[in-house]
Design a protein around this ligand. Structure first.
Ligand code: MF3
Ligand code: CO
Ligand code: CO
Length: 260
């Protein structure tokens, strides 16, 4: 299957669902505090998506995933299952939201810092956000997929972090995951040429220690093999005539180009 070029009608739907996904992250922020469990966060997001947004939380029952959001704490790289774990002072947490509406998907995640985190924890959160933005800011028709991976890898490794290889960004639309695979490492001038109308995610996972990961017995939770901290941010992005449009951008991010 090759990379789908979205029609204007599909792009309209992707804009709507991208906004919905971004609004879930905004809504949940004040609840992310010491003392709340990740399953309580899941319930709040689930109800908001179903009742307020009249949409579907795409992770629920996706290949058997049991909850509506992913919550990945500290050394969890991605796909953490919300459970009775209570957030503690100094935890760092990724919440990954995928909303489906009118047949289309919007996928976005960010890091939250719980209470007073160490400088080390704050630094990996911000480094993974900037790594994502580095990949976004070069986007336009004519560049190649490998260019995205190259700039992300350069940024992460020059800051002494490792890039997770086992999971990647992806095309998105009618399907939650569709071609292309968007690797967060790679070589310049390699890979498929990016064209107007493509929509895909960029979602680098970076580790404080080594890049290797393990999947726990629940068959979902991905952790760093060396138990080091991991952080991830994700956006869904449309390629436009002369650049890109971040479909899951939040108001708090407006002006990000100036701060990186
Ligand atoms: N949202 C994740 C991604 O960015 C995928 C989660 S799959 C799930 O691609 F089943 F764990 F929800
Ligand atoms: Co994704
Ligand atoms: Co996601």
């Amino acid at each position: 299957m090759s990379i789908i070029i979205k029609t204007e009608d599909q792009i309209k739907k992707m804009r709507i669902v991208g906004k919905l996904a971004s609004q879930v992250l905004v809504m949940i922020e004040p609840f992310v505090k010491v003392g709340i469990s990740t399953k309580e966060l899941d319930k709040i997001c689930h109800d908001f998506i179903c009742k307020e947004q009249k949409a579907i939380p795409a992770p629920l029952n996706y290949k058997g995933f049991p909850k509506s959001i992913c919550t990945s704490v500290n050394n969890v790289v991605c796909h953490g299952i919300p459970d009775s774990r209570i957030l503690e002072d100094g935890d760092i947490l990724n919440i990954d939201i995928t909303v489906k509406k009118d047949g289309y998907h919007g996928d976005t995640s960010k890091m939250f810092i719980v209470g007073n985190a160490s400088l080390e924890s704050k630094k990996i959160c911000s480094a993974s956000q900037i790594a994502m933005y580095e990949g976004i800011k070069i986007l336009k028709p004519g560049i190649q997929l490998g260019d995205i991976g190259y700039v992300i890898q350069q940024y992460a490794e020059s800051n002494k972090y490792s890039i997770v290889r086992d999971y990647c960004g992806h095309g998105i639309g009618k399907a939650f995951h569709e071609p292309p695979m968007v690797l967060h490492y790679g070589k310049i001038n390699t890979g498929e040429v990016i064209k107007k109308g493509m929509i895909f995610t960029i979602e680098p996972m970076i580790n404080a220690g080594k890049k290797e990961t393990l999947v726990l017995e629940d068959n979902w939770t991905v952790v760093t093999k060396d138990m080091s901290l991991s952080a991830q941010w994700e956006h869904t992005i449309l390629i436009t005539e002369d650049g890109y449009e971040i479909l899951t951008l939040r108001d708090e991010e407006v002006g990000w180009e100036e701060i990186i």
